[in-house]
Design a binder for this molecule. Structure first.
Ligand SMILES: NC(=O)c1ccc[n+]([C@@H]2O[C@H](COP(=O)([O-])OP(=O)(O)OC[C@H]3O[C@@H](n4cnc5c(N)ncnc54)[C@H](O)[C@@H]3O)[C@@H](O)[C@H]2O)c1
Length: 276
């Protein structure tokens, strides 16, 4: 694997789960890493796990807030003087008044009907219960946040003539449609943004790619009902959830010169759960 010594990397949502694993993989390859997270404590805990923590940076940042994103990239620029790699990993599958509770309740009722051998009459649906606020909150983090961070990183890369790499964390749910409505929509849009941005910045040598994980064993995954996790894992031909480090390995590849001719791609990492 090509070394990332001398490079700086920004990982959003790096306080736990896949983001934390990305921070660890990028740092182990030699990069100085800035971890952004809603929780400063979580970001700091991720940095504390790295070798030479004082060479890295933990910042509290809500990526859905463009001013907070710009302030974070200013702090990163002040500390590191450059940005070579951005991992747009921060993401959420739920928000206030988004119909999640109603959907889970109906899922349980429908499963109970099926278990009793009845023809199910309960419909599992989210859209009818979703308020504007719920819809917007997930799009604001997963899509707007990724754009705000990409824009801030690109401004620095363009200023310094850096042929950097941006990696957007999409999801295999884009292909299957299986997942919360706003979440799947946001991840599909993120793939569109990946492709458009890849074309736009290719003349600078900057690459933009996406990783599409399948079900991965993280705190986010553990927040959904057990029966849904079980059914997701059963649908994976390799027979299990991914480990966060396995997703981070794809990110590391796309961040490094090993993938120097790959841009606008979606690297699917899902144990064969579905094929793009
Ligand atoms: N776990 C999976 O099965 C899976 C599958 C496909 C894609 N993904 C994607 O991978 C990414 C990471 O998922 P995970 O499972 O590690 O999630 P997670 O919930 O375990 O961790 C996400 C981290 O992002 C942070 N975060 C959330 N909103 C933020 C915001 N507005 N600003 C800054 N930080 C924020 C959280 O504080 C948390 O530390 C997400 O984009 C998710 O959609 C996950």
């Amino acid at each position: 694997m090509a070394s990332l010594t001398g490079k700086t990397a920004v990982v959003t949502g790096g306080g736990q789960g896949i983001g934390r694993a990305c921070a660890e993989a990028l740092a182990a390859a030699g990069a100085r890493v800035a971890v952004l997270d809603l929780s400063l404590d979580a970001a700091t805990a991720s940095i504390a796990r790295l070798a030479n923590p004082s060479t890295h940076l933990a910042l509290a940042c809500n990526v859905a807030d463009s001013q907070a994103v710009n302030a974070s990239f200013k702090a990163i620029d002040d500390a590191f003087g450059r940005v070579d790699i951005l991992v747009n990993n921060a993401g959420t599958g739920t928000g206030p008044n988004d119909g999640t509770a109603e959907m889970y309740e109906r899922m349980a009722q429908r499963n109970a009907q099926l278990a009793r051998g009845e023809t199910p009459t309960v419909h599992v649906e989210q859209a009818v219960f979703m308020e504007d606020e719920g819809w917007r909150s997930v799009l604001a983090v997963n899509l707007d946040g990724a754009f705000y961070c990409a824009r801030a990183a690109l401004r620095l890369m363009a200023r310094d003539g850096i042929a950097g790499s941006i990696i957007n964390m999409a999801s295999s749910a884009v292909q299957t449609g299986e997942g919360p409505l706003h979440y799947v929509t946001s991840k599909a849009a993120l793939i569109g943004m990946t492709r458009a941005l890849a074309r736009e910045v290719a003349s600078r040598g900057i690459r933009v790619n996406a990783v599409a994980p399948g079900p991965t064993d993280t705190p986010l995954m553990r927040s959904i009902p057990d029966e849904w996790i079980t059914s997701l894992a059963k649908a994976v031909p390799l027979g299990r959830l991914a480990r966060p480090e396995e997703i981070a390995a794809s990110v590391l590849y796309l961040a490094s010169a090993d993938s120097s001719f790959i841009t606008g791609s979606v690297l699917v990492n899902n144990g064969g759960a579905c094929f793009f």
